[in-house]
Design a protein around this ligand. Structure first.
Ligand code: NAP
Length: 246
C-alpha cells in the first residue's frame, strides 16, 4: 500500500488511460477522485473501485470550466482536507488536415488538452503550496514531440503541455512539488479504437516492441512519478511508446 490515504485527483478517469490510473492508485491504498464530464460514467468507475474494496469519489466536471474545477476541489477539501497528487489526463482529439481544420476543432482541442491542464493545475497547486508538498503528472503525447499529419491541433496542445510542465516545475520546485509529464505512444483505448486495420498495421511496423501500449504501461509510470522514489525528478517528460520515436 504505497499510497495509503493519499488523495489523488484523476481527470478523464471514466475510461481508457485515466480509468487505469485511478484503479492503479486505488489498489495502492489511495483515495481516488474520479473526474469526467459524464456523471453516469464517473459514478460507474467509482462504484467499480469501491466494489473491489478500495476508496473512491466521483465528480462530473468539465475541466475547461475553471469555476466548476474550483467547486469540486472545494468539495474534496471539505471532506479530505488535502489533494496530494493531481493527474491531468483528460484529453480529446479532433483530427483533420490543417486546410480542412475548423476553428472550433482547433479551439475545442486546445481548451480541453491545454486550458484544462492549466485550470486544474492552477486550482490544485494552491492546495499543494499550503501543504508544501505535492505531485503533478500531466499526460502529454508522443505526438506533441514528433507531430503528425492531421493532428496539428492535438500536437500543439500536447507540446504545450510539455512546456507548461517545465515552467510549473521550475515555479513549484522550492515548495516541494514536482511536476512531470508522460508522453504515451499508441495505447489501446477508445481513442485508438477508431484506427482502421491498415493504419494500425502501419503503426505497428514503426514500433520496435511490436505492440500497442496497454493502459497499465502508462498508469505504472504515473505511479512511479508520484512516488517517493521519484522525488528528485521534476520538469521531465517520460516517453512510453514501445520505442516508436527513438
Ligand atoms: P479516452 O478513452 O477518449 O478518454 C478520455 C477521457 O477524458 C474520458 O474519461 C473523458 O470522459 C475525459 N474528458 C474528455 N474531455 C473532458 C473534459 N472537457 N473534462 C473532463 N473530462 C474530459 O482517451 P485515452 O486514450 O484514455 O487518453 C487519455 C489521455 O492520454 C488523453 O490526454 C490523451 O490525449 C492521452 N494520450 C492517449 C493516447 C492513446 O493512444 N490512447 C496516446 C497519447 C496520449 P468524458 O468524455 O465522459 O468527459
Amino acid at each position: 500500500m504505497r499510497f495509503k490515504d493519499q488523495v489523488v485527483l484523476v481527470t478523464g478517469a471514466s475510461r481508457g488511460i485515466g480509468k487505469a490510473i485511478a484503479v492503479t492508485f486505488a489498489k495502492e491504498g489511495a483515495i481516488v477522485i474520479v473526474v469526467g464530464r459524464n456523471k453516469e460514467s464517473t459514478d460507474k468507475i467509482r462504484d467499480e473501485i469501491i466494489s473491489a474494496g478500495h476508496r473512491a469519489e466521483s465528480f462530473d466536471c468539465d475541466v475547461t470550466d475553471l469555476k466548476k474545477v474550483q467547486e469540486i476541489v472545494n468539495k474534496i477539501l471539505d471532506k479530505y482536507k488535502t489533494i496530494d497528487i493531481l493527474i491531468n489526463n483528460a484529453g480529446i482529439t479532433k483530427d483533420n488536415l490543417l486546410l480542412r481544420m475548423s476553428e472550433s476543432d482547433w479551439d475545442d482541442v486546445m481548451n480541453v488538452n491545454l486550458r484544462g491542464v492549466f485550470n486544474c493545475t492552477k486550482v490544485v497547486t494552491k492546495v499543494m503550496l499550503r501543504a508544501k508538498k505535492g505531485r503533478i503528472v500531466n499526460i502529454s503525447s508522443i505526438i506533441g514531440i514528433t507531430g503528425n499529419t492531421g493532428q496539428s491541433n492535438y500536437a500543439a496542445s500536447k507540446a504545450g503541455v510539455i512546456g507548461f510542465t517545465k515552467s510549473v516545475a521550475i515555479e513549484m520546485a522550492s515548495r516541494g512539488i514536482t511536476v512531470n509529464a508522460v508522453a504515451p505512444g499508441y495505447i489501446e483505448t477508445d481513442m485508438t479504437a477508431q484506427l482502421k486495420d491498415a493504419a494500425r498495421d502501419g503503426i505497428l511496423k514503426n514500433i520496435p516492441l511490436r505492440r500497442l501500449g496497454k493502459t497499465d504501461d502508462i498508469s505504472n509510470v504515473c505511479l512511479f512519478l508520484a512516488s517517493e522514489e521519484a522525488s528528485y525528478i521534476t520538469g521531465q517528460t517520460i516517453v512510453v511508446d514501445g520505442g516508436m520515436a527513438i
